[in-house]
Ligand binder design. Structure first.
Ligand code: SF4
Ligand code: SF4
Length: 386
């Protein structure tokens, strides 16, 4: 089978943040120290080599970038300062842009100007929508958000947004699925997919592979941000949009954005507190780490790393402020903060879920799952051959 070489690959990868990969002289130290590298899927040296040789198609089919959790051990031990951990991160950005059929992800990752304009334009569109659809006579005596923006309109907007994001993310994930399977997509019997299905669930919810890295703090921070963010996403997109109503639960009791102040023990309030604390701790830890460049994963910060952390932290902080102004019953402050909150949260969801970092949370468990499926299939073929 012929191997296609892309002479512009290195140049292309530089646009995604690659800096030091050319320094690599292939000693193999990085692969030897990587706690997650396996004989079946050795990395990161292999990916550095693919980059240097212009093997774009090989990268496209590689599961390895998603098997790396960026603990930084390899970068710390590289004798050439080639930063292989960062190369793996760049590969994830690059692959995210290749999986995305709209081309939006590529623009987002390769142009800071585009990234900032996209956030500002979406924020302004949210502000315009809130202005057009606000009620004529909002309650200015009590802080009732739904008196300004009726709950039905918010739910319709939320359902539309959730549906569009789901279509984009699922279609991009399907492309990731097909690329990683490569030629095996028509060969692996369905029984192997079923037998390994638990792997998908385990990796989706626990990121257990990350816990095998030496720096367990990175795993905890990653897990806190992921679970906090997922909780908020479910609360906003599923609960607010009445997703549970579809499966027969009463959404009047559990709907997220109500002007009812839930008792302190209410599950929605407890979930909200957990998500807030988890995101705030995780993002603050990562921001301080990136400012101080305290460890290998924080040494090179791409514009999208900052954007992700800033949007997430602003969304969380405005959410906290709204919680208190509602408790204090300050109507105008609550409404203004709510508009700012949506002006930050919506661009974050729209940009990050299908096109950037948040999509990693779908790609990684899917690829880890496919890796297990492929290994099971390979074992079966070996057994048949022997
Ligand atoms: S990236 Fe560094 S440690 Fe890894 S093979 Fe190259 S020179 Fe060696
Ligand atoms: S960053 Fe950690 S997990 Fe990723 S390749 Fe390097 S050593 Fe392995």
């Amino acid at each position: 089978m012929s191997v296609k070489v892309d002479p512009n690959l290195m140049k292309d990868l530089k646009e995604f943040g690659l800096t030091d990969a050319n320094k690599c002289f292939h000693c193999g130290n990085c692969t030897a120290v990587c706690p997650l590298s396996t004989p079946e899927n050795p990395f990161p040296r292999k990916l550095v080599k693919y980059a240097q040789m212009g093997l774009k198609d090989k990268i496209l089919q590689s599961p390895e970038p998603w098997l790396c959790y960026y603990c930084g051990d390899c970068s710390d031990t590289c004798p050439r300062g080639a930063d292989p951990g960062e190369t793996m991160m760049v590969m994830r950005r690059y692959l995210t842009s290749l999986y995305d059929w709209t081309g939006f992800s590529r623009k987002f990752y390769t142009s800071e100007k585009f990234e900032i304009i996209a956030v500002v334009v979406l924020g302004l569109l949210v502000a315009l929508g809130l202005w057009i659809f606000h009620a004529d006579s909002p309650n200015m005596e009590h802080a009732y958000i739904n008196s300004v923006w009726p709950v039905e309109s918010m739910e319709i907007a939320d359902l539309i947004m959730g549906g569009v994001l789901a279509i984009l993310l699922l279609s991009n994930t399907a492309r990731c699925f097909l690329f990683v399977l490569g030629d095996l997509k028509s060969k692996i019997p369905i029984k192997h997919y079923i037998a390994e299905a638990k792997e998908l669930v385990i990796h989706l919810f626990t990121q257990k592979q990350f816990s095998e890295c030496t720096d367990r703090m990175q795993w905890i921070v990653h897990l806190l941000i992921m679970t906090g963010y997922s909780t908020v996403f479910l609360m906003v997109v599923v609960f607010l949009a009445g997703g549970l109503d579809i499966i027969g639960l009463s959404w009047e009791k559990i709907r997220f954005q109500r002007d009812v102040i839930y008792p302190i023990w209410h599950p929605m309030r407890l979930l909200g507190y957990y998500a807030t604390a988890a995101i705030l701790y995780g993002t603050t830890y990562a921001i301080i780490g990136r400012i101080k460049k305290s460890k290998a994963p924080y040494k090179n910060s791409h514009g999208t790393d900052w954007m992700f952390l800033i949007l997430l932290q602003l969304t969380t902080l405005t959410g906290i402020f709204i919680h208190f102004t509602r408790l204090l019953d300050w109507p105008l402050t609550t409404y203004v903060l709510y508009a700012i909150h949506l002006g930050v949260a919506v661009p974050m969801l729209v940009l990050e879920v299908p096109f950037a970092k948040w999509a990693h949370l779908a790609y990684r468990p899917v690829v880890l799952y496919l890796t297990k499926v492929k290994e099971r299939y390979a074992r079966e073929q070996q057994a048949i051959a022997s």
